[in-house]
Write a protein of this length. Sequence first.
Length: 171
Amino acid sequence: MRTLLITDLHLNSRVRGLLDAQCKCILDIFQKEKPQEVIIMGDVFMYRKPSPSELITFKRILDRMISSEVVVLRGNHDSETKADDGTTALSLYKKLGVMIITQTHIDHQRKRVYIPHYENEKTITSALEMAPEDYTIFGHFGYAGSLNSAGDADFGIKLSNFNNPTFLENI
């Protein structure tokens, strides 16, 4: 299966012309690659409270991806609060047939574990430990030694915690 991984869209309407340029770039890549599946690994929006134009632009993007299965993980920019309760503007898009991941999700059919952004490091470590041995992990978090966007050290999760093939965003 041809899969397109997209990270850190940070859709932003505050800079004139940027939102349209972001939309065009994403859709050009999608059209060129023709994936059967798209995994958006978090930080869809630049700000925790996206503007109406940012919400509409993301819907336009998803509408064009209707021919593919789309999975979206919640990133740290995608939650209005820092709570790990799964509350997010991304939930608006579930009605489009998009799989929105706001809590750890195990897909036994595809042998995958999706781990969205969590503020609590223990939640991430627990999700890594429960991942079946031959499953691939897709996550929105860092590990010990990685830096976040502010240049701060991210979580204290050690590389030895990773026993599975892993794709990370936010490092």
